[in-house]
Design a protein around this ligand. Structure first.
Ligand code: KDO
Length: 334
């Protein structure tokens, strides 16, 4: 028969075991997991910025978050991120204007060539009243909160073989790879080429084997993804001052405390600032780099490209989808 001393000891051992069994997982669960998915290659500034996000958050909220960074579209394929966020399978990503335009048609104004003038104009538009209004619609329709605006760079045409390109007519018949959605394809065709959809991760091989003749991306992306190894020319069309928006699902954001929300937003701002500074600085130096790598870097008749592209958009259904006065407000933003 157990003595009371035995019983007490057994009770204490049992209680200790129960405590271990319940407390360990509870501790593990208290960290909020933030899964990030992006098609960016590791060497791109908009991939590296996620480490800045993670480190900033670790400093401001030590031990509160587990930030999981998935690059190279290893978690979700390019463009599938907003749907994954809606299903609750992903917390954060960087969305392109074309990703947003699928659900918020008026946002397609930012998929149009020659709409934003330069990186400073881009930041003023998105950090001012236009951004505020449109991001509210994005939150209502997509259930995600935009935390900051990244400058991806200004998109240029990058050809496999050297060609004399002055105006859109000179791109006739060129199979120009674009990301795989209708707004991107419209832009590629507006440039005068034959737009062909392909995921970012397949572009290098497409250029190498010749299944595509060209691709368009900002110079820092051409460097980071090493497209210069398999192409011979860059035509400085500067057709799109491109943006990426750091966004978090509303489900994940609303589960945070007010203080955590503020810290996550601040980390996203720090990440965007890091990306923007580096992309801007590198972009200004890359023409020399590509020339040294043996590429021809040529300047076309940009005014002719601008006119042709803007006319194509004005005469399309896009102009009807854009809210009255929006283009004028964008143009009037200093
Ligand atoms: C691309 O596929 O060309 C693109 O530049 C589109 C952007 O919106 C973005 O998805 C980017 O790829 C990736 O992050 C890879 O740099």
């Amino acid at each position: 028969m157990p003595t009371s001393c035995h019983l007490k000891r057994r009770f204490l051992l049992g209680a200790a075991a129960a405590l271990t069994a319940t407390t360990l997982p509870v501790f593990a669960q208290t960290k909020t997991v933030l899964r990030i998915s992006t098609p960016a290659v590791p060497d791109a500034w908009h991939a590296r910025m996620w480490t800045v996000f993670k480190d900033t958050l670790e400093k401001s909220a030590p031990g509160e978050f587990e930030v999981q960074i998935n690059l190279n579209a290893s978690l979700f394929k390019q463009g599938a991120e907003p749907a994954a966020m809606a299903r609750g399978n992903l917390e954060l990503t960087s969305m392109s204007p074309a990703d947003i335009a699928k659900l918020v048609p008026e946002f397609s104004v930012f998929t149009a060539g020659y709409m934003l003038r330069d990186p400073a104009h881009q930041q003023k538009v998105f950090n001012g009243p236009i951004g505020k209004e449109l991001f509210k619609t994005v939150s209502d329709k997509m259930d995600v909160t935009v935390l900051s605006t990244c400058y991806l760079g200004t998109r240029q045409v990058n050809l496999r073989e050297v060609r004399n390109v002055k105006t859109p007519i000179d791109l006739k018949g060129i199979k120009l790879r674009m990301p795989g959605s209708k707004d991107w394809l419209f832009l590629g065709n507006a440039l005068g080429a034959t737009a062909t959809p392909l995921a970012f991760g397949e572009v290098y091989l497409g250029l190498k084997t010749g299944t595509i003749d060209a691709q368009d991306n900002p110079l820092p992306s051409v460097r980071a993804a090493k497209f210069y190894e398999v192409t011979k020319q860059i035509v400085l069309t500067s057709h799109l001052v491109d943006s990426l928006f750091i966004a978090i699902s509303n489900k994940a954001f609303n589960a945070l405390t007010a203080s955590q929300k503020q810290k996550v937003s601040a980390a996203a701002q720090a990440a965007a600032a890091y990306n923007n500074d580096n992309n801007l600085q590198e972009e200004s130096q890359l023409v020399e780099f590509f020339k040294k790598e043996g590429l021809q870097v040529t300047t076309p008749d940009v005014a002719a490209f601008r006119k042709a592209v803007q006319t194509t958009y004005q005469n399309s259904d896009y102009a009807r989808v854009w809210p009255a006065g929006l283009v004028e407000r964008i143009n009037a933003t200093p």
